[in-house]
Design a protein around this ligand. Sequence first.
Ligand code: GLY
Length: 307
Amino acid sequence: MSVLSENFSVSLITLPVGEETKNFKNLEHIICETLKEKPERKSCLVALGGGVVGDITGFAASMVLRGMSFIQVPTTLLAAVDSSVGGKTAINSKYGKNLIGSFYQPKMVITDLSMFSTLPQREILAGYAEILKYGLICDYSFFEYLEKQQVISDFDYLVKKSCEIKADIVSKDEKEEKDLRALLNLGHTFGHALEATCNYDGSLLHGEAVAVGMVLAFKFSEKLGICKTGRAERVEKLLRRHGMRTKISEVVQKTSAQALIDLMYGDKKVDSGKLVFILAEDIGKAFVKKDVEEKNLKEFLEHEISN
Ligand code: GLY
């Protein structure tokens, strides 16, 4: 459909909701629909939607004409505080989630907080997990601020602060080459394995998986003697206050430590065949850990699965 607005010729491409939309077929569809409009380099793809729309649209934009402009207009809290910022684009394949993509920065990100007023509470909480992530990685005072909130509020501040922290990290390590941007994956090695166990069937949103993953990352850090005790409990308490699930047994019914570890080997952070984790010395002090013993991990996961 083509409409004319303020001298811009606008064409709409709509995509179905859900993670399975991020596939080759829809990527081809976006690219072909865009080429049909005879775009010029200054033409622009606008990704109006959540993380799925942003990721696949950004990837298409990075390829059409070897790179055309694109703008992110996130409509979910999670997209506003994480996926729309930083230029990671991707689709999924049978080999795993987000394994095919590019680093390609949007020309701008336009966030309208009023978009969130119609979001289900579950989506708000999924975004909240990514907001909390920034405090846990590198900003203890932001964590304390979140800890003081009995009810999640001040979305303008939460979004601004999250984007500032993310932009700062991305500007120093855009392509994840310096063990800095990787910190943004706190909770993701565990979380991605849990998401994959659920087959992306909607029973576990990405942010929900990250919430459980972050608690596991702190518990694992404590178990390894790296992190001061009591920190995992504080993180878990905050997530539970808002009604979020924090335990493996609450999000997946049937799994085993070995099955989760096998899934973790599909992670993009795997280095020389070894698992890489984002662990923490304390709240606000996350770091990249490359030499995790599989035996310790297996023992830890077996304990967590049975709890
Ligand atoms: N969501 C993690 C990153 O953008 O690096």
